[in-house]
Ligand binder design. Structure first.
Ligand code: KIV
Length: 279
């Protein structure tokens, strides 16, 4: 196994200009697969609300949901740095609440870092967490927990004022101690300016062009696991949806015509045993 990835590895990769790969995972087996592939960071995203639980947003996700899924991912990971998302309203009430819940994720799951959404409004919490020894990833641009405030899932930083605000937020998060910052749905040129402005914190883009220090995608999007809507920024590298439908259809047919399980998949016994059993 290569050396475990840490927050220092990520900072070093930024410094050296080595692109950082990140993907979401929500369970043990997916974590094993993406870790074996050599991914640098695994995000247990609160996107599990949509992807795993079938909600229409991330808002219903609870701390208990995050603890449950993150612990499973940690058990399946040897090398990658595992980041647990802090769900909606697990950190917005107070610094004390944020610190308590970040600590809970670290203690109960064994994850390596936590992620939370927002700029200036969360910097005090980020500072308290990093001071307490908890590595933090920020998340700005399109922040799905604020979908109602943002008026929908839309690209952020499209005019000079909002673009400037994004750079200020990124700098404030870096100053507060975040070692990486997710930039979601930000125009490429603005993501480039943010990436250049940050000297320590690595930018991880999703819908933010190829200019960031790293990239993140949702695993089920990348693998084409569902037949539904996919955002413009998603590249699908497989069509597992069709592979699964085809495989299960074949299984159903084999069950129906009794070609499964044949001898290859069955256990035999000495005929004398059967005879004796019937006596
Ligand atoms: O929850 C998530 O999957 C995320 C990514 C989209 C960055 O926050």
């Amino acid at each position: 196994m290569n050396k475990k990835v840490t927050n220092l590895t990520i900072k070093k990769m930024k410094g050296e200009g080595t692109p950082i790969s990140m993907i979401t995972a929500y369970d043990y087996v997916m974590a094993q697969n993406v870790d074996e592939a050599g991914i640098d960071m695994i995000l247990v995203g609160d996107s599990l609300g949509n992807v795993v639980m079938g909600h229409t947003s991330t808002l219903p996700v609870t701390m208990d949901d995050m603890v449950h899924h993150t612990a499973a991912v940690v058990r399946g990971t040897k090398r990658a740095l595992v980041v647990a998302d802090m769900p909606f309203m697990s950190y917005q009430e107070s610094v004390c609440q944020a610190l308590h819940n970040a600590g809970r994720l670290m203690k109960e799951t064994g994850c390596d870092a936590v992620k939370l959404e927002g700029g200036a409004s969360v910097c005090e919490a980020v500072k308290a967490m990093t001071t307490a020894g908890i590595p933090v990833v920020g998340h700005i641009g399109l922040t799905p927990q604020s979908v109602h405030q943002l008026g929908g899932y839309r690209v952020q930083g499209k005019n000079a004022e909002t673009a400037k605000r994004l750079i200020q937020e990124a700098l404030a998060l870096e100053e507060a101690g975040a070692f990486a910052i997710v930039l979601e749905c930000v125009p490429t040129d603005i993501a480039a300016e943010i990436t250049k402005a940050l000297k320590q914190a690595a930018t991880i883009g999703i819908g933010a062009g190829n200019v960031c220090d790293g990239q993140v995608l949702v695993c089920t999007d990348l693998l084409g696991m569902s037949g539904g809507f996919r955002p413009k920024f998603v590249k699908t590298y497989a069509n597992l949806h069709q592979t699964i439908v085809d495989a299960v259809s074949q299984y159903i047919k084999d069950v129906q015509d009794r070609s499964f399980p044949n001898e290859e998949y069955s256990f035999d016994v000495d005929p004398e045993v059967v005879k004796a059993m019937k006596e």
